[in-house]
Design a binder for this molecule. Structure first.
Ligand code: HPA
Length: 270
């Protein structure tokens, strides 16, 4: 695996004048942030050796290199999901590559169902911790000691200093925010009312189908991690209604300007 990671990162570094220090994964609804990046180079996933290709509507598959608020970034416009059939190793491959490109901090975003009774559709939630309900883990298999440890400490996956800065930025801009625990399921089914209740009962505030594999791979290589959920529907008893992918995209659009503003102001502090 390590050889492939190096092959891909060398390919990408070939004509890059400056290495990115920050990696951003533009999850569902956060594509607009890509427009704020002063793009110096963009490349389709299908043109990157060893890269998986994205299959989901609303997820363009492009890697963007450029500056955001004067910091060198690499952004994934479109991410890979477990429900698409990728292995954990495949869907965290881009994170491995980012490490070899020089990325020290990873910013993740996702659309998620809200489980906390105080949450409303359109809220943004800074992820403070997670529960992995996917029956898999990207670190299963032979460990590459050059990448990170066999047994990974998970006591602080989501960097507390970054969360503190994000809260300050939100308050300063009078942006309503929540903090909480994100649970990841495989999808592609949304949850039944009983499943929402179960996931809320075990301590999660939001639930989605991504982010945790990437966060684990990033921590494995000692990157700092920051993640935001856009709350697109509610899994709270009495508030559960039918939900479709289109509605999720629509609700994410409403929350997006706030998440975008916060990430943009956060980047110079990372
Ligand atoms: N459940 C799982 N994934 C999601 C949801 C949800 O309610 N909303 C957006 N992504």
């Amino acid at each position: 695996m390590s050889e492939k990671i190096k092959e891909t990162s060398n390919f990408l570094l070939k004509d890059l004048s400056e290495k990115p220090e920050i990696g951003i994964i533009l999850g569902t609804g956060l594509g607009e942030l890509g427009r704020e990046i002063h793009v110096k180079k963009e490349i389709k996933y299908s043109n990157i050796p060893n890269f998986p290709t994205s299959t989901v509507k609303g997820h363009e598959g492009k890697l963007l290199f450029g500056t955001l608020n004067d910091r060198n970034v690499v952004a994934m416009q479109g991410r890979f999901h477990y429900y698409e059939g990728y292995s954990m190793k495949q869907l965290t491959f881009p994170i491995r590559v980012m490490h070899f490109l020089g990325v020290k901090t990873l910013v993740l975003s996702n659309a998620a169902g809200g489980l906390n009774e105080d949450f409303e559709i359109g809220d943004i939630m800074f992820i403070t911790d997670h529960i992995n309900l996917m029956p898999d883990n990207p670190l299963i298999g032979i460990n590459d000691d050059n990448l990170g440890p066999r047994f990974l400490d998970m006591s602080e996956v989501y960097n507390e200093n970054i969360i503190r800065d994000a809260k300050k930025i939100a308050r300063h801009n009078q942006i309503r925010f929540q903090t909480g625990v994100y649970a990841a399921v495989t999808g592609p089914t949304f949850e039944t009312p009983a499943e929402y209740k179960y996931i809320r009962t075990i301590g999660a505030d939001s639930v989605g189908m991504s982010t945790i594999p990437e966060a684990i791979a990033a921590r494995h290589m000692d990157m700092n991690v920051f993640a935001i959920s856009l709350i697109t529907d509610l899994g709270v008893e009495g508030k559960i209604v039918e939900v479709s992918h289109e509605e999720v995209l629509e609700a994410a659009k409403a929350a997006e300007p706030y998440a975008r503003k916060i990430i943009k102001e956060l980047v110079p502090k990372l």
